[in-house]
Design a protein around this ligand. Structure first.
Ligand code: UDP
Ligand code: MG
Length: 319
């Protein structure tokens, strides 16, 4: 049997300190895998620090390492997409550069792949070093999106996962600009399997995802995988219209029976303000979807490549 190829894809933005700590761990794990030709692909997502030179040093010292540099910071989702696009053979594992996803777990992912699973995803049992607020926000988000989206999006699951060659190939066909990867992985389907793990704290540096970024990320997920908010506004509109109708009948009947003495300014103000608010919310919601439609219609590439340096051992398969 020829060895199966496995590429570990790692997107990094300002991770110059983390990469030298991560790589030896990764190397040790890959060396321990039988019958697997291990590769590593680092993507420099427009870092402002020494990340790129660190990557190049790693590639110079290790023939299994390929490095890809994007023209600027495109964000983790685009960086991962770039990395996955540049893998043209075998399975992939997606890993964070900061050591939060332990590379030591890779053999377990591979074992499940060899049992025939296409999409083996790490599910976080515990999340070290993350605030209470971040953890509860994440829990709430997974509950909401789980209900709204028809695509299965497993809770407490990040990007740490293995994709079989056919799952990778399928994912490559999804070219939408607004990329909510957790959802895209689920959309692809095939045989899925959860692998529970303990998520560690970052080795060095700070998270690049603050609460505001996470909120936007959540909006991305919800609007990308569900049109339920649009439907909800329809019901909200129907509900307020019915209430308004009943109220109007009552006002007219009262005026007919007792005459109209032009009172009720507070009621009128309350109704106007309330309806105005509801309308603005509905407009904003439509705007969210419209904005995404606009982004898609521009058909821009998802990322631009500055430099691509394949692993030195790379054989015939050249990109
Ligand atoms: N990352 C990236 N581009 C970005 C932001 C982050 O490639 O614009 C990478 C980052 O280097 C890390 C991974 O995405 O490898 C996860 O980022 P981070 O640890 O900041 O997120 P968290 O673990 O807090 O969700
Ligand atoms: Mg992290």
């Amino acid at each position: 049997m020829t060895a199966q190829r496995l590429t570990v894809v790692i997107a990094a933005h300002n991770e110059a300190l983390a990469l030298p700590l991560l790589h030896p761990r990764l190397r040790a794990v890959l060396d321990g895998l039988d019958d697997i030709e291990g590769r590593v692909l680092y993507i420099d997502d427009g870092s402002g620090d020494a990340t790129w030179s660190v990557m190049q040093a790693l590639a110079a010292a290790d023939p299994d390492v390929g490095v890809l540099r994007l023209s600027r910071n495109f964000g983790k989702e685009a960086a991962l997409t770039a990395g996955l696009d540049f893998v043209d053979d075998g399975a992939v594992i997606i890993l964070d550069a900061d050591g939060q996803d332990p590379p030591e777990l890779i053999p377990e992912f591979v074992a499940l792949w060899q049992q025939g699973y296409d999409n083996v995803y790490g599910t976080r049992l515990a999340r070290d070093g993350e605030s209470w607020l971040k953890r509860s926000a994440a829990a709430a988000f997974y509950r909401v999106i789980g209900r709204l989206s028809k695509t299965p999006i497993p809770a407490d699951t990040g990007d740490f996962r293995l994709l079989s060659p056919r799952a990778l190939q399928a994912l490559g066909q999804l070219r939408e600009r607004h990329r909510f990867m957790k959802g895209l992985f689920g959309w692809v389907g095939f045989r899925r399997k959860a692998l529970p793990y303990h998520r560690h704290a970052r080795m060095v540096g700070d998270s690049k995802f603050g609460l505001w970024k996470l909120w936007n990320f959540a909006l991305e997920g919800i609007t990308g995988f569900s049109t339920a908010p649009l439907r909800v506004t329809t019901y909200l509109g129907l509900f307020t219209a019915s209430v308004a109708f009943v109220f109007a009948v009552w006002v007219v009947a009262k005026a007919a029976m007792y005459g109209d003495r032009v009172a009720g300014w507070p009621t009128m103000m309350a109704a106007i303000l309330f309806l105005g608010g509801v309308q603005l919310i509905a407009l904003g919601l439509i705007g969210e979807y419209l904005g995404r439609l606009y982004e898609e219609s521009k058909q821009r590439p998802l990322y631009l490549v500055d430099t691509w340096q394949p692993p030195i051992v790379a054989d015939s398969a050249v990109h």
